[in-house]
Write a protein that binds this ligand. Structure first.
Ligand code: SF4
Length: 348
């Protein structure tokens, strides 16, 4: 789902009484249009969330001020679990569109809002449901394993859904003699093929433009510049496949090179003994890592690895979302029913 695809997105009307009650605060909305995330803004966000009985979920790649005002911050899997377990009437998803769709699939009776429906994902956009159907027709009987970064329609065509944290286990759960179609991320797919040693794993050639922009050359240069540093590499990164090969060749420090999901990075952050860590993923992750272990010097491998879709959740957009109840995310019930099997397998 691109952020520009409006199908399945509808603006719900804000409550009439709330509109009146907020008239006196209209000046704040205008003042905040510049994106000032101060204490007044944060307390207004919290007030409006309480009023709507809303829980705010923020992805690790969100801007620091959005992470700080949220109820929960995490990766796709953690946030999916929280959405499924939450008893709040409204789920505000500060992330990208497919994540809000996944929350709606898991919590169909709840209202799911996204602050900016244009927040798409280049990786999710790299395959359509029609392309999955055609790929399946070429490999009859194969199991389709979809990374969570996919549209609801693509999930509905899949047998199993996974995150970067559990992709290898999910693939390993498929009988060894059954072909696997892994989509859409080629770097994660290559990582899974290496970990599982599976020859009958076919990988879709999709990629995330942000992660693909973190190159092996960046990694080698940074690692050589600081020989004390550990390397935390997300398996979606363009450098991950090459990084493991480089480590094997002695080009990178094998003992200090770790391929980790974002959740795995946070766990490793709490226990690392290294004085410095180079991080190969979207730079929003640095905020949580610094909080988890302030004694470590955290440095992005590529400071330009910024997802503009994730940064569409501005302070002004979040405030408007809570004030006006926009934008509501809907998923066709038939698509949601078919996608739910695959997503529930991932969450379980
Ligand atoms: S960082 Fe890449 S995979 Fe993540 S939301 Fe942005 S475009 Fe999608």
């Amino acid at each position: 789902m691109t952020g520009t695809q409006a199908v399945g997105v509808q603006a719900s009307e804000g409550r009439a009484d709330e509109g009146r009650a907020d008239e006196g605060r209209a000046d704040m909305g205008r003042a905040d249009e510049g994106g000032v995330a101060d204490e007044r803004w944060a307390s207004e966000v919290r007030r409006l969330a309480a009023r709507r009985d809303a829980v705010i979920l923020a992805h690790n790649y969100q801007a620091p001020e959005i992470q700080d005002v949220a109820d929960h911050v995490g990766d796709s899997l953690a946030l999916s679990r929280l959405a499924a377990a939450s008893t709040a009437s409204v789920i505000v998803f500060a992330g990208v569109y497919f994540m809000a769709e996944t929350a709606k699939i898991l919590a169909p009776d709840r209202t799911v809002l996204i602050p900016d429906p244009r927040a798409g994902c280049s990786l999710a956009d790299s395959i359509t449901a029609q392309q999955v159907r055609e790929w399946k027709a070429e490999h009859p009987g194969a199991a389709v394993v979809a990374y969570v970064n996919t549209s609801a329609e693509v999930k509905a065509e899949s047998d199993l859904c996974c995150t970067s944290a559990n992709a290898a286990q999910v693939v390993a759960s498929v009988p060894a003699d059954r072909e696997v179609l892994f989509l859409p991320d080629q770097f994660l797919g290559a990582h899974v093929r290496r970990v599982t040693g599976r020859a009958n794993l076919h990988v879709w050639l999709g990629e995330c433009h942000v992660h693909a922009g973190i190159s092996p050359a960046d990694l080698r240069r940074k690692a050589q510049a600081d020989p004390r540093a550990e390397l935390f590499i997300h398996p979606e990164c363009g450098c991950s496949t090459a990084a493991l090969w480089q480590a094997g060749e002695g080009d990178l420090p094998a003992g200090r090179t770790r391929v980790l999901s974002t959740g795995g990075m946070l766990e490793a952050a709490r226990t690392t003994a290294a004085p410095a860590v180079l991080v190969a993923t979207e730079t929003g992750m640095l905020h949580q890592l610094r909080r988890a272990n302030p004694a470590v010097h955290w440095e992005p491998v590529n400071p330009g690895a910024v997802c503009r879709f994730m940064k569409m959740t501005t302070p002004a957009a979040l405030l408007r979302c809570l004030r006006e109840g926009v934008t509501e995310v809907t998923v066709d019930p038939g698509v949601a029913d078919r996608a739910r099997r695959a997503v529930q397998a991932m969450v379980a």
